[in-house]
Design a binder for this molecule. Structure first.
Ligand code: PA5
Length: 353
């Protein structure tokens, strides 16, 4: 087991600077607020009757975090699409936002082409790539994502850009104050969990150590359900570890029954439940009783209370915490958190066909 207080070793295991990118999450959110400057989004886009955010992996999660946050306010349905093409309901009165860090992800390109074909209102977000070319060719508004990292590490940019688009079209209210507070909250959380804080006082290092050698199951609800998915993705891609996520209250109608078999799984699993005082009160109860059932099956579990007063602050700080845990877990396993050789291999293999 590597020593997470050995900063020199951490530096060697993280040559591409994942920990630095993670530390920049508040800065990313700050900077990305200006991303729409100079971009003309046609006024009639505000008339869209539904919004579909098309993306995969690290370029979809920002949309999902936004969707979970605004659900109670947004006057049109917002859907995150992770697949080829588009559902049949998407047409001229839809707004499709194609989000791909590289701009070359085939599923996202397929959705964008489908949107063009159907004459939907279309917007693109990428660092460049074929999505940018498509946008230029068809005079579609293209928002530049200018942050040098692996796609998932640019989540502050994609999240803030998507939030800004929905705000600027009037689908949701502006929330500069809330975002400023969320940024502050992330900074103070960082003071407790950054690599320089020794393991004995650092809850993110402590959680990574608990997760070491175990399968991480992440439970979340409402605005934190997408955060549970983010944690799962980060444990997979950064730590190269098995991980899954589930959502309350749905998990109480199936997963709860499945803690018995295969028997060895119980001791090889850790369930992390993301908790919030902002949840529906019945969800709080559900977390408590679910904990009791897990105890009966001797499955270790813990509850993490979200930081911050607003749902926005809770989402961003919970993402921040999970990102650090995933990088520390990578270090414990002795792997570089940045490259994704298996994903690259698959993309390359599919590309050759
Ligand atoms: O985080 C990652 O690197 C991946 O999950 C990618 O985001 C995913 O493969 C899609 O690629 P892109 O973000 O370039 O569209």
């Amino acid at each position: 087991l590597n020593d997470l207080d050995d900063l020199e070793l951490m530096g060697r295991l993280d040559p591409a600077g994942m920990l630095q990118r993670i530390a920049e999450l508040p800065l990313q959110c700050q900077e990305a607020q200006g991303s729409l400057e100079g971009i003309e989004i046609p006024a009639h886009y505000a008339q869209a009757r539904n919004v579909v955010i098309a993306g995969m992996g690290g370029s979809a999660i920002g949309g999902e975090l936004v969707q979970g946050l605004i659900e109670g306010e947004c006057r049109v349905p917002v859907m995150v699409r992770r697949d080829y093409g588009l559902p049949a309901f998407v047409g001229e009165d839809s707004l499709v936002i194609a989000s791909s860090y590289s701009g070359n992800t085939e599923e996202t390109l397929s959705a964008a082409r489908c949107a063009l074909h159907r004459g939907t209102k279309l917007l693109a977000i990428s660092t460049g790539g074929r999505i940018m070319e498509l946008a230029r060719k068809h005079a579609i508004p293209w928002v530049t994502l200018s942050y040098d990292s692996v796609p998932r590490a640019a989540v502050g940019h994609s999240f803030t850009i998507l939030l800004s688009i929905l705000q600027s079209l009037g689908f949701i209210s502006q929330r500069p104050q809330e975002l400023a507070e969320a940024i502050e909250e992330m900074h103070s959380l960082q003071d407790e969990i950054r690599p320089e804080v020794p393991g004995k006082d650092n809850p993110a290092k402590a959680l990574a150590e608990k997760l070491y050698g175990r399968m991480a199951i992440v439970y979340g609800a409402q605005h934190l359900a997408a955060v549970a998915r983010r944690w799962k993705g980060q444990f997979n891609e950064n730590a190269k570890a098995w991980s899954f996520f589930e959502e309350f209250p749905e998990l109480n109608h199936n997963a709860l029954e499945g803690y018995q078999f295969p028997v060895p799984f119980a001791k090889e699993t850790l369930v992390a439940m993301l908790s919030s005082s902002l949840y529906h009160p019945r969800i709080g109860e559900r977390l408590r009783v679910t904990g009791e059932v897990l105890d009966q099956h001797r499955v270790e579990h813990l509850k993490l209370e979200a930081w911050g007063a607003s749902p926005l602050a809770q989402v961003l700080t919970a993402v921040h915490f999970g990102d650090y845990v995933s990088a520390y877990l990578a270090m414990l396993y002795g792997v570089n958190p940045s490259p994704n050789p298996a994903i690259d291999h698959l993309k390359q293999r599919l590309g050759r066909k």
